[in-house]
Design a protein around this ligand. Structure first.
Ligand SMILES: Cc1cc2nc3c(=O)[nH]c(=O)nc-3n(C[C@H](O)[C@H](O)[C@H](O)COP(=O)(O)OP(=O)(O)OC[C@H]3O[C@@H](n4cnc5c(N)ncnc54)[C@H](O)[C@@H]3O)c2cc1C
Length: 538
């Protein structure tokens, strides 16, 4: 498609002023940067003009080629805009399988429907009333459109991916999860061995965007923003050839992902992430909150901390079920009937990076019996609605693997198991005795676990499964409106600056609600899609 320039003919490179001016910086610092935050808030010196080797012009500059950035780039290009995507890594990026939305034509055809009003109420409650209700409704109102659009793309013959719904859902009586998570099987990336899901979605969006002339510049991290007349007009990126300046007439989109790769930012904004020994993000080292910082330096405000996190208890053994969890002292510490966020946070709150989940020789019967009342990931297994999920055969293979890797230990007596786990045998024996007494009585006198999930652990062999929390993403960011425009401390827009995906805040507030699994991808996709469309109309 022809390259368009909406930047205005009078805008020579010389007319563009970089936003770094000490007075302005000081004013910004006073209003939107908490003085208790660390050195990460310090704005680097501006890139000297004579080091800028090239200037490019386009309508929209997208910083970051993850799911949010690529959705935005493609949708904007479909609306006829010229788009440049600057990406820090050597390629686009994606990870994980589930993309969660409120519904889709695919879901309708299979008879699965959600009640958005019920979901909204539940979402807001689980987020401690600290999420932005308008953003939640934007997701609920538009995620169906975004998913229908995505399915139309990924199922084209050149991609050949097959959508499937995720039926591995936690079914508690207090917390619950609903259908809405879509995965993509048999696409080109899944065939290459990547996890079926986000990779095929992003690959197809990038390929379609390239067909429409979107320019993807890899190994090109954005390092500063360009402001002219109070409006953000572009970005400067570091490339192998030197610094380049990309001027964007309609706006700059921060789609740079989360802060989980920056211990200093996490220390200030998501301290529990620092306590967690494992962060699974890839490409490693790219999620250093660059967009958060660029937004702050441009006058944007961050949502209130501590930031919510996507946590999975998968740091060691893959499964943990719901029976008896003990800490390093051999003591029970929580109601094991919880979903993944609850289990992970219960451990991080106590500064624990791992714990032991105990099962006994009855696990082939008790695990399937428990899944009926609980389940969800790392208890049940990923599966489609017409597939079985956890089976004793798969459980057997997992245990064998765990025993080989040392993440699972086994013994014929509780005392020997305690020794293998390296925890005090006396305390463990007392914990187990009380647990079994309660299980026989059908009443958990310590933490009130549902009676349906109380199974005595008495039959050898006994197993200890080592498990612990891992951070997948820190999902807090810059304050944005429903137009995805970055807002300052007073709620005023920073003209020309937008944020989507994990660079944007407001979706969650305090905790990641697994209500619709995969909603971190789902909101990133939806808001990128909506913003691309909106820029096309502006
Ligand atoms: C192992 C794993 C599995 C996961 N599984 C799921 C799942 O199943 N479902 C779900 O909903 N969520 C899942 N998540 C979380 C999910 O991947 C993220 O929340 C989501 O991808 C965020 O999308 P994004 O576009 O905002 O950011 P990202 O996908 O992180 O993309 C940001 C991009 O910006 C680039 N970038 C960073 N700084 C700059 C810069 N200065 N200039 C230019 N580019 C820059 C990065 O290199 C990256 O490519 C998983 C996370 C992990 C780690």
């Amino acid at each position: 498609m022809p390259f368009q320039n909406n930047f205005g003919s009078g805008s020579s490179p010389g007319a563009v002023s970089v936003i770094y001016c000490e007075k302005m910086q000081e004013a910004i610092r006073m209003s939107n940067i908490d003085p208790r935050w660390g050195a990460w808030t310090k704005q680097p010196d501006p890139v000297p003009r004579d080091q800028i080797v090239k200037e490019l012009r386009c309508d929209v500059a997208v910083l970051g080629a993850g799911i949010a950035g690529t959705a935005c780039a493609l949708r904007a290009a479909q609306s006829g805009l010229s788009v440049t995507v600057l990406e820090k890594a050597g390629s686009w990026s994606a990870r994980g399988g589930n993309i969660g939305v409120i519904g889709s034509a695919y879901m309708d055809a299979r008879g699965y429907r959600n009640d958005p009003e019920k979901i909204a109420r539940e979402w807001i409650a689980r987020c401690g009333n600290r999420c932005d209700e308008e953003l939640v409704w934007l997701y609920l109102n538009r995620s169906r459109d975004a998913m229908d659009w995505l399915i139309d793309i990924v199922t084209r013959p050149e991609y050949g991916a097959r959508p499937e719904l995720q039926a591995c859902l936690y079914a508690g009586d207090t917390y619950y999860e609903v259908f809405g998570s879509h995965r993509f099987f048999d696409g080109p990336m899944a065939k290459k061995g990547m996890r079926p899901g986000a990779a095929d979605a992003v690959y197809a969006m990038v390929t379609e965007a390239e067909k429409l002339g979107v320019r993807f510049l890899y190994r090109s991290p954005a390092v500063e923003l360009v402001r002219e007349d109070g409006r953000i007009r572009g970005a400067v990126a570091r490339t192998d050839e030197g610094y380049i300046r990309v001027l964007a007439g309609k706006g700059v989109v921060l789609a740079t992902g989360d802060i989980g790769g920056s211990p200093e930012m996490c220390e200030d904004l998501a301290p529990l992430a620092v306590r967690c020994g494992v962060n699974l993000y890839t490409p490693k080292g790219c999620n250093t909150g660059d967009g958060h910082r660029l937004g702050l330096w441009a006058g944007g405000a961050l949502e209130d901390g501590p930031f919510p996190m996507v946590l999975h208890p998968q740091a060691y053994f893959f499964a943990n079920y719901c029976f008896l969890f003990v800490d390093g002292n051999g003591k029970r510490f929580m109601n094991e009937d919880n979903y993944i966020q609850g289990k992970s946070i219960a451990m991080l709150r106590r500064n624990m990076t791992s714990a032991w989940s105990i099962i006994d020789g009855n696990w082939r019967e008790t695990v399937p019996a428990s899944i009926r009342y609980g389940g969800g990931i790392f208890w049940d297994l990923d599966h489609a609605p017409d597939e079985p999920g956890f089976t004793p055969e798969i459980g057997e293979k997992m245990l064998e693997g765990g025993l080989r890797s040392g993440k699972v230990v086994t013994a014929d007596t509780p005392e020997a198991l305690a020794e293998a786990m390296g925890i005090p045998a006396d305390t463990f024996a007392a914990t187990l005795k009380r647990y079994n007494t309660d299980a026989h009585a059908g009443r958990d006198t310590q933490f009130g676990k549902r009676r349906e999930l109380l199974f005595p652990l008495e039959k050898p062999p006994f197993y200890g499964l080592k498990f612990g929390p891992a951070v997948l993403a820190v999902v807090g960011g810059l304050k944005v409106g429903t137009d995805m425009g970055v807002r300052d401390e007073n709620g005023a827009a920073i003209p020309g600056l937008y944020a989507v995906g994990n660079a944007a805040g407001g979706r969650y507030g305090v905790d990641y609600p697994m209500l619709i699994p995969g909603n971190s991808h789902g909101t990133a996709l939806t808001f990128g899609y909506v913003l691309g469309e909106q820029l096309g109309r502006s």
